[in-house]
Design a binder for this molecule. Structure first.
Ligand code: MF3
Ligand code: CO
Ligand code: CO
Length: 269
């Protein structure tokens, strides 16, 4: 890879160098470790603001930086999206009830590298339909990652996700996508979670990006609330999301945000 240092593809996608994988690995690991610690906190009676306060304190304690505090005016260390909230839920006074499902999304900056990951949690008892939604969403992310290798396209990744979700009679949100990242939070390409095989930019070794499918039990349409952040399903159906930051290797993908404690999925741990 040495000869490709600093290269940008025709699609505007940065090709990072071999040594850069180590920086992303550390940043991703810090973000994943913080999400591991959130598991013990999530229960009925806790507010989303208390979870965010904990995340902020963990970020400070590790001497790293929150990528979201101050980002486009956002003031929190996480996004917490409960039930029919699709993404960008703002932590605050909302008290969790038994059976609530929530996505917690954390992005940290460590030595200039961005680690961005989110996963699902449950307060109390998980209903069967919520469990199925979470299972399908997680499996959709992993199928997307399995489609990542040099020579495949971003359309192959989107197709792997969409076809699996729709085969399970759920829907993929179109209004939000994954993104390139690395030494910046959001960069080309837009990583769509739907698509046609063979369409879109070709994947190359050294690309860093997120895959973060949002899946709804009902229809895919969303709307953003008056706070200009909170995205909800228009039909009020439940929504779930998982996010990993990954890098394209010679043969596949390295997942930077694997859970050190093996807690990435709420029923694992
Ligand atoms: N972490 C989110 C993502 O996956 C972005 C959150 S931006 C914020 O891209 F400002 F809402 F925090
Ligand atoms: Co992201
Ligand atoms: Co994120």
């Amino acid at each position: 890879m040495e000869e490709t240092g600093g290269r940008i593809t025709r699609d505007g996608i940065r090709i990072y160098e071999q040594a850069d994988f180590a920086g992303m690995h550390v940043a991703g690991k810090v973000a994943a470790e913080i999400l591991d610690l959130v598991t013990a906190l999530v229960k009925p009676g806790v507010t989303t603001g208390e979870i965010d306060d904990f995340i902020r304190a963990e970020i400070v304690a590790r001497g790293v930086t929150s990528a979201t505090i101050g980002y486009k005016g956002y003031q929190h260390a996480s996004c917490i999206s409960v039930n029919h909230v699709v993404c960008h839920g703002i932590p605050g006074s909302k008290v969790l009830s038994d059976g609530d499902i929530l996505n917690v999304d954390v992005t940290v900056i460590v030595d200039g590298w961005f680690g961005d990951t989110s996963r699902m949690y449950v307060a109390g008892n998980l209903s069967r339909k919520a469990e199925r939604l979470i299972e399908v969403t997680h499996e959709a992310l992993m199928r997307g990652i399995e489609a990542v290798k040099p020579g495949n396209t971003f359309g192959d990744v989107g197709h792997a996700i969409q076809s699996f979700v729709e085969a399970n009679r759920m829907s993929v949100v179109r209004d939000f996508c994954g993104h390139g990242l690395g030494r910046v939070f959001h960069a080309p390409p837009n990583v769509l979670h739907y698509g046609r095989p063979g369409s879109g930019p070709v994947l190359e070794e050294g690309m860093f990006f997120t895959i973060e499918p949002m899946v709804n039990l009902g229809r895919p349409e969303t709307k953003v609330l008056a706070d200009d952040w909170t995205a909800v399903t228009r039909d009020k159906s439940l929504s779930a999301q998982f996010e990993h930051s990954i890098g394209v290797t010679a043969t596949g993908a390295e997942i930077f945000t694997l859970s050190p404690a093996g807690k990435f999925h709420p029923t694992w741990g």
